[in-house]
Design a protein around this ligand. Sequence first.
Ligand code: A3P
Length: 314
Amino acid sequence: EALVYHDLFKKFGNWNICYLPKHYSNHSAYIEQFQVRDEDVWVVSFIKAGTTWTQEMVWMIGNDMDFENAKTILPVRFPYFEFDASWDENGNDTGTTKGKRNMTSMEIVHHMPSTRYIKTHLPFNLLPRQMQTRERSPKIIYVARNPKDVCVSFYHHKVLTEAYDKSIDEFVDEFVDDVSQSNYAPYWSHVKEFWKRRHQSNILFITFEDMKRDLRSVVEKASKFMGKTLSESDMQKLLSHLSFESMKSNPYVNYDEITDKLTRVHGTERKTHFMRKGKVGSWKEELSVQSVQKMDAWISKNRIPGLWEDVLGQ
Ligand code: A3P
């Protein structure tokens, strides 16, 4: 514990973005045995489900609306636990910065003082063992988003950050194929494992769609879950802070700096932003009839009764 908090964060600030937990196996033992604390607050999600939005909400509530310290980039306040799972052993993946710091993302989290705010995309059965066995009961906020919008959002994310150059229809094929889709797939079991546990006392299950429909009531639920009470004026400030327009122009959460960098690294033209549309149902504007049919077939085999009845278009 000799390392100083802010030094750790400075190092972690030297981060870069990643997608595939392809080097997960190098870190799996560490993750499995990771020492969880009861005071931890974890935001868990499938990628593109509204993770960033949820993180900012949870951090603001947990830190009593500390707007001053919210002016630090989110990945520093709220690190991505298994970030390093995308690196090769030498830290040689495009744009990674492992050579510049001497700790993994998981070790950085290990050294953080409580209360730790931690983001992960790991599915339930790959979380640190103490979370699975409930030997520790950190607060877990799981955010889920309907798979059609996740797919479209994910496609644009790949175009933006990986210079992915296939068409959206080709991407749909990859997305609904749980074998070729290596990013924390399969999607459905990721959601189902938390849906099953949604009544567990240390788990709060929320959806992107509920946040869009009625952010106030999600903030109320999250505050109650975190043992906080918000005044009406704090509520107003928070709702405004969490609006799409405000998050889109907030450099501490909008990832513009890093996506600018990636665009330069790839020599591509910036076609979109991390804060892209922030809507429910943008798949309707983007997916071909054929792709929608493919997704519908996959959804009808897997869907969760009671979830997204109104948004999946079936
Ligand atoms: P779109 O690509 O559909 O616009 P994640 O943080 O899990 O990667 O999710 C990113 C998605 O959440 C993006 O979706 C982004 O625009 C959306 N998002 C982020 N902040 C938001 C907000 N305040 N309101 C609505 N959507 C938001």
